[in-house]
Design a binder for this molecule. Structure first.
Ligand SMILES: [Mg+2]
Length: 311
């Protein structure tokens, strides 16, 4: 009995991405990037937290980089693994940073990716149980799903779990019931922690790990580094993955996910990674930038060099 319990616990020890079949590590893909040619980029997908801002602090070069992209008619999409807020809330913050005209359509959250994916797999009206934020419930309801209301009982086909700042034992038990009864299991993203102004806090991946342990089931995870978020962003841009630049601050989600999806990637050191962690992972220094200002000037230089070469 005791042995059995210990084994169950061991199986579910939360690692950086405890829930995926193939655990991505910084070492297993971050060095596999061909030389970054910024003059050959037609579109951009950028992470937000640690790239555009860190908590309340706006990071250097945001208005400059996105202003230049606009001038050059290079379209962009902003992508986050956080499903705690709706796309419109991010769009509003982005407009406040000077990215005028940005709308919810220019923002991909792990919640919007999950809703899009489920809408492609299940008919409208499918009953869904959400263990997550009000924003996640709203985006799924808007996509045509019938979301089980608290205190009611539906025969649900799908359980979706994500970040929930009001997570409780009772919520865990309810979601577990549906999974044990056979509902399909999806997770918005696997990040076990997330950075806050007060330091690291538990992320969606920790909630998924609890639910996976309780139910003995394993979720299909939607956010970065899984391909669904990149697919959604590239589809919105109407661009080719190999000519779409991913800008991110995390090797294990933004960068590895982009590389696996066939996108070139630029790492900025304003978030999670440091010059040391990037070097240790074998990520090329030519694709590593101190901040967005450094990326902007490298981009200008690459374009000038391309014009000189062509001329
Ligand atoms: Mg980030």
């Amino acid at each position: 009995m005791l042995d059995n319990e210990v084994n169950v616990l061991k199986e579910h020890v939360p690692t950086e991405n405890a829930l995926n079949e193939e655990v991505p590590t910084v070492r297993d893909g971050a060095g596999d990037q061909p030389a970054l040619d910024l003059s050959a980029i037609d579109a951009v997908v950028s992470d937000m937290d640690g790239v555009l801002w860190r908590g309340a602090e706006v990071l250097p070069g945001v208005a400059e980089l996105f202003g230049r992209l606009r001038q050059r008619s290079i379209p962009f999409v902003l992508a986050t693994n956080n499903s705690g807020k709706e796309a419109e809330a991010y769009a509003e913050r982005l407009r406040g940073l000077g990215l005028t005209g940005v709308t919810a359509d220019d923002v991909v959250t792990s919640g919007s990716v999950t809703a899009e994916f489920l809408a492609s797999e299940y008919p409208a009206g499918t009953a869904v149980h959400v263990l997550g934020s009000a924003a996640l419930t709203a985006v799924l309801a808007r996509a045509g799903f019938v979301v089980e209301e608290p205190g009611t009982s539906l025969d649900v086909d799908v359980v979706v779990a994500g970040i929930d700042l009001e997570f409780t034992y009772a919520k865990l038990a309810r979601a577990m019931d549906h999974l044990v009864a056979g509902a399909a299991f999806y997770g918005t993203n696997g990040d076990v922690s997330l950075p806050t102004a007060q330091g690291l806090a538990p992320g969606a991946g920790s909630i998924l790990a609890a639910l996976a342990a309780a139910s003995g089931r394993k979720p299909t995870v939607m956010g970065k580094p899984e391909p669904y978020a990149f697919e959604s962003a590239v589809r919105r841009l109407g661009a080719l993955p190999e000519r779409t630049l991913m800008i991110g601050d995390r090797l294990d989600t933004d960068i590895i996910g982009a590389q696996r999806f066939g996108m070139p990637a630029a790492l900025v050191l304003t978030g999670v990674e440091t010059a040391e962690s990037a070097a240790t992972a074998g990520f090329p220094t030519e694709a590593t930038f101190g901040d967005l200002t450094a990326l902007s000037s490298a981009w200008e230089k690459a374009l000038e060099a391309a014009v000189t070469k062509a001329g």
